[in-house]
Write a new protein. Sequence first.
Length: 263
Amino acid sequence: MEYKLGVVGSPIEHSLSPEIHNIFAQQLNIKISYEKYLVNTGELSNFCNQFFDNPNALGLNVTLPLKREVLELDANKSNIVNKIHSANTIKKDNKSLYLHSTDGQGLVNDLNKKNISIKDKKILILGAGGAAASIIPAISDSKPGCIEIANRSEENAKKLIGMFGEFVSLHEYKLGPDVIINCSSAGHDSSVPEFFNNLKISNDCILYDLSYGSPHKPTRNWFKKYSQYIYSGEGMLVEQAALSFEYWFGKKPNTKNINKEIL
Ligand code: NDP
C-alpha cells in the first residue's frame, strides 16, 4: 500500500518536509505519497475530515500557524501535547486521530548529535512563542543548571513561564548563558530584536538558532561578533521529522547525512 502523508500550514511552499520524508521512506522501503497542503487558520478541521477520509491516509505534519488550532480536532493527545498545548504531528490509527509533538525531542537529539551538552548549563531561550514552549520540557529533562527566557514582549515571556513553573524564570540580563537557543522568529523579517543587544555573551557561549536558511542569517551575523559557536535549525528539522516518521511507522529512519542531501 502507498501511505498518504503530508504537511499543512501557511505559507507552505518553502517546506522541506516532502524531501526529508521521501528519503526516510526510501531508506526503509516504505511506499508513501507526501504532499504540501496550503491550509489557513480556521480551515484545518475541514481539511482533516477530507484528508483522513481516504483509507490510505496515515498522517500529517502541522506547521505554522496551525500548531495550536490542531488541538481543536477530536483526537487523542500525547502527554507532551497536553503539557505544551501544541502539536506538530497527526496520526490516524484504527479510525481515531492521535496528536503528538516531536519538536522538543528533535532539538535535543540534534544537540546530542552535535555534542552540545545541556546538563548543568545555563540555558537562555530567546522568544516565547510555540517553539519555545515545545522545547522547554525536553530541555529540562536534560537537567540544565537553569532555564531563563528573554522575549520582546515581557508579558508573553511571563505567560510562558507560568506554563512551566519554577524551573523556568525571566532573564534579568545579568547571567552570561552557556547556551542560547533562539526561538524568536524575528529573522523572518530580516531583523535582530533590540533586546538581543542587552545580552551578556562570552566568547565560548553557544548559539543554537531554530531558524534556518535566510531567516537564520541576521542572527548569525549578529552573534558572530561575540562567539564562533553557531548552529542553525536544519538539524532539528531533520530530527523532528524522523521522530514523526517513527510515530507513524514504528521504524526509526537514519538521519545521518540527510542535511547534505536536501539543504
Ligand atoms: P511564534 O509565532 O509562536 O513565536 C514567535 C516568537 O518570536 C515570539 O516570541 C515573538 O515575540 C518573537 N518575534 C517575532 N517577531 C519578532 C521581532 N521582529 N522582534 C522580536 N521578537 C519577535 O513562532 P514559533 O515559536 O512557532 O517559531 C519561532 C521560530 O522557530 C521560527 O523561526 C520557526 O521557523 C522556528 N522553528 C524551527 C523549527 C525547526 O525544526 N528548526 C521547528 C519550529 C520552529 P512576541 O512574544 O513579543 O510577539
